[in-house]
Design a protein around this ligand. Structure first.
Ligand SMILES: [Zn+2]
Length: 196
Protein backbone atom coordinates (compact mmCIF):
# COMPACT_ATOMS: atom_id res chain seq x y z
CA UNK A 1 0.00 0.00 0.00
CA UNK A 2 1.31 3.43 -0.95
CA UNK A 3 1.45 5.67 2.13
CA UNK A 4 1.24 9.47 2.16
CA UNK A 5 4.67 11.04 2.69
CA UNK A 6 4.81 13.47 5.59
CA UNK A 7 5.77 16.98 4.48
CA UNK A 8 8.22 19.47 5.95
CA UNK A 9 6.88 21.07 9.12
CA UNK A 10 5.33 17.93 10.61
CA UNK A 11 6.61 17.30 14.15
CA UNK A 12 7.16 13.59 13.45
CA UNK A 13 10.11 14.57 11.24
CA UNK A 14 11.73 16.18 14.30
CA UNK A 15 11.47 13.22 16.65
CA UNK A 16 14.45 11.02 17.40
CA UNK A 17 13.33 7.55 16.34
CA UNK A 18 13.08 4.84 18.96
CA UNK A 19 14.64 1.41 18.60
CA UNK A 20 12.27 -1.40 17.75
CA UNK A 21 12.14 -5.12 18.45
CA UNK A 22 11.35 -8.10 16.23
CA UNK A 23 7.75 -8.09 17.40
CA UNK A 24 7.03 -4.49 16.43
CA UNK A 25 3.44 -4.60 15.13
CA UNK A 26 3.11 -5.17 11.36
CA UNK A 27 6.83 -4.61 10.75
CA UNK A 28 6.88 -6.67 7.53
CA UNK A 29 3.90 -4.75 6.19
CA UNK A 30 5.39 -1.37 7.12
CA UNK A 31 8.60 -2.25 5.27
CA UNK A 32 6.68 -3.45 2.19
CA UNK A 33 4.57 -0.27 2.23
CA UNK A 34 7.69 1.89 2.56
CA UNK A 35 9.21 0.20 -0.51
CA UNK A 36 6.05 0.79 -2.50
CA UNK A 37 5.85 4.41 -1.35
CA UNK A 38 9.51 5.06 -2.19
CA UNK A 39 9.18 3.54 -5.66
CA UNK A 40 6.06 5.50 -6.56
CA UNK A 41 7.85 8.70 -5.52
CA UNK A 42 11.05 7.68 -7.40
CA UNK A 43 13.10 7.95 -4.23
CA UNK A 44 16.42 6.28 -3.44
CA UNK A 45 15.61 6.02 0.25
CA UNK A 46 12.84 6.56 2.75
CA UNK A 47 12.77 6.67 6.53
CA UNK A 48 9.93 5.62 8.84
CA UNK A 49 9.31 9.18 10.17
CA UNK A 50 8.45 10.16 6.58
CA UNK A 51 5.46 7.82 6.76
CA UNK A 52 4.57 9.05 10.24
CA UNK A 53 6.44 6.58 12.46
CA UNK A 54 9.18 7.83 14.78
CA UNK A 55 11.10 4.54 14.81
CA UNK A 56 14.66 3.65 13.83
CA UNK A 57 13.90 2.16 10.42
CA UNK A 58 14.88 3.27 6.94
CA UNK A 59 15.43 1.69 3.56
CA UNK A 60 17.86 2.54 0.79
CA UNK A 61 17.71 1.47 -2.84
CA UNK A 62 20.14 3.36 -5.06
CA UNK A 63 19.05 1.67 -8.30
CA UNK A 64 17.43 4.86 -9.71
CA UNK A 65 20.89 6.51 -9.69
CA UNK A 66 22.21 3.75 -11.95
CA UNK A 67 19.19 3.97 -14.26
CA UNK A 68 19.25 7.73 -14.54
CA UNK A 69 20.41 8.99 -17.89
CA UNK A 70 21.74 12.31 -19.04
CA UNK A 71 22.64 13.36 -15.52
CA UNK A 72 25.68 15.47 -14.68
CA UNK A 73 27.14 12.69 -12.63
CA UNK A 74 29.21 10.24 -14.55
CA UNK A 75 29.56 6.84 -13.05
CA UNK A 76 31.99 4.13 -14.03
CA UNK A 77 30.57 0.75 -15.02
CA UNK A 78 31.64 -0.58 -11.64
CA UNK A 79 29.96 2.27 -9.74
CA UNK A 80 26.79 1.80 -11.77
CA UNK A 81 26.72 -1.89 -10.93
CA UNK A 82 27.20 -1.14 -7.26
CA UNK A 83 24.44 1.49 -7.27
CA UNK A 84 22.10 -0.82 -9.20
CA UNK A 85 22.52 -3.56 -6.61
CA UNK A 86 22.55 -1.64 -3.35
CA UNK A 87 19.33 -2.31 -1.50
CA UNK A 88 19.14 -2.53 2.28
CA UNK A 89 16.75 -2.35 5.21
CA UNK A 90 18.34 -0.60 8.19
CA UNK A 91 16.82 -1.17 11.61
CA UNK A 92 18.16 0.33 14.86
CA UNK A 93 21.08 1.75 12.90
CA UNK A 94 23.96 3.59 14.52
CA UNK A 95 26.61 5.37 12.48
CA UNK A 96 29.70 4.76 14.58
CA UNK A 97 32.25 6.57 12.42
CA UNK A 98 32.35 9.15 9.65
CA UNK A 99 35.70 9.83 8.00
CA UNK A 100 37.38 11.52 5.06
CA UNK A 101 37.34 14.94 3.53
CA UNK A 102 33.90 16.53 3.40
CA UNK A 103 32.33 16.84 -0.06
CA UNK A 104 29.23 18.60 -1.38
CA UNK A 105 26.34 16.82 -3.07
CA UNK A 106 23.06 18.25 -4.26
CA UNK A 107 20.47 16.58 -2.03
CA UNK A 108 16.72 16.42 -2.21
CA UNK A 109 14.09 14.88 0.06
CA UNK A 110 10.67 13.34 -0.57
CA UNK A 111 9.36 15.36 2.41
CA UNK A 112 10.70 18.63 0.91
CA UNK A 113 9.62 18.46 -2.74
CA UNK A 114 11.12 20.73 -5.39
CA UNK A 115 13.98 21.93 -3.19
CA UNK A 116 17.54 20.76 -3.74
CA UNK A 117 20.60 22.10 -1.98
CA UNK A 118 24.27 21.25 -1.76
CA UNK A 119 25.01 19.51 1.52
CA UNK A 120 28.50 18.87 2.87
CA UNK A 121 29.16 15.47 4.43
CA UNK A 122 32.07 13.13 5.03
CA UNK A 123 32.46 10.46 2.33
CA UNK A 124 32.98 7.32 4.40
CA UNK A 125 30.86 5.80 7.15
CA UNK A 126 30.83 2.78 9.37
CA UNK A 127 27.33 1.71 10.35
CA UNK A 128 25.94 -0.97 12.66
CA UNK A 129 22.34 -2.10 12.23
CA UNK A 130 20.06 -5.10 12.11
CA UNK A 131 18.20 -6.18 8.98
CA UNK A 132 14.56 -7.26 8.71
CA UNK A 133 15.48 -10.62 10.30
CA UNK A 134 17.27 -8.82 13.12
CA UNK A 135 20.65 -10.14 11.99
CA UNK A 136 23.41 -7.75 13.07
CA UNK A 137 25.58 -6.06 10.41
CA UNK A 138 28.67 -3.89 10.71
CA UNK A 139 29.51 -2.27 7.36
CA UNK A 140 31.61 0.43 5.78
CA UNK A 141 30.18 2.45 2.89
CA UNK A 142 31.54 5.25 0.75
CA UNK A 143 30.55 7.83 -1.81
CA UNK A 144 27.00 8.13 -3.04
CA UNK A 145 25.77 5.07 -1.13
CA UNK A 146 27.17 6.50 2.13
CA UNK A 147 25.54 9.82 1.22
CA UNK A 148 22.06 8.30 0.89
CA UNK A 149 22.52 6.37 4.14
CA UNK A 150 23.61 9.56 5.94
CA UNK A 151 20.55 11.42 4.63
CA UNK A 152 18.14 8.68 5.73
CA UNK A 153 19.98 8.23 9.02
CA UNK A 154 19.45 11.93 9.73
CA UNK A 155 15.70 11.31 9.43
CA UNK A 156 15.73 8.81 12.30
CA UNK A 157 17.69 11.37 14.32
CA UNK A 158 15.00 14.01 13.69
CA UNK A 159 17.19 15.98 11.27
CA UNK A 160 16.61 17.25 7.72
CA UNK A 161 19.08 18.26 5.03
CA UNK A 162 17.87 21.86 5.31
CA UNK A 163 19.42 21.90 8.81
CA UNK A 164 22.83 21.46 7.18
CA UNK A 165 22.79 24.38 4.76
CA UNK A 166 23.98 27.89 5.58
CA UNK A 167 21.66 30.10 7.69
CA UNK A 168 21.48 32.52 4.75
CA UNK A 169 20.36 29.83 2.29
CA UNK A 170 17.84 28.60 4.83
CA UNK A 171 16.44 32.10 5.31
CA UNK A 172 16.08 32.45 1.55
CA UNK A 173 14.22 29.14 1.39
CA UNK A 174 11.97 29.74 4.39
CA UNK A 175 9.00 31.00 2.34
CA UNK A 176 9.07 27.94 0.10
CA UNK A 177 9.45 25.62 3.10
CA UNK A 178 6.41 27.25 4.73
CA UNK A 179 4.49 26.80 1.48
CA UNK A 180 5.37 23.10 1.45
CA UNK A 181 4.05 22.66 5.00
CA UNK A 182 0.77 24.25 3.83
CA UNK A 183 0.51 22.00 0.79
CA UNK A 184 1.26 24.81 -1.64
CA UNK A 185 3.50 22.66 -3.82
CA UNK A 186 2.91 20.45 -6.84
CA UNK A 187 3.81 16.83 -6.23
CA UNK A 188 3.20 13.72 -8.25
CA UNK A 189 2.94 11.48 -5.18
CA UNK A 190 0.65 11.35 -2.17
CA UNK A 191 1.62 13.63 0.74
CA UNK A 192 0.33 14.66 4.15
CA UNK A 193 0.78 18.36 4.94
CA UNK A 194 0.87 19.55 8.57
CA UNK A 195 -0.49 23.05 7.98
CA UNK A 196 -3.01 22.46 5.22
ZN1 LIG B 1 14.78 12.87 3.17
Amino acid sequence: MVLPIVAYGDSVLRKVGVEITKDYPDLKKIIADMYETMEVASGVGIAAPQVGKAIRLFIVDTKPFADREGDDEEFTVEEKKELAEFNRIFINAKIVEETGEEWPFNEGCLSIPKIREDVIRKPKIRIKYVDENFVLHDEVHEGLIARVIQHEYDHIEGKLFTDKISPLRRRLLQGRLNDISKGKVKVTYKMRFPNK
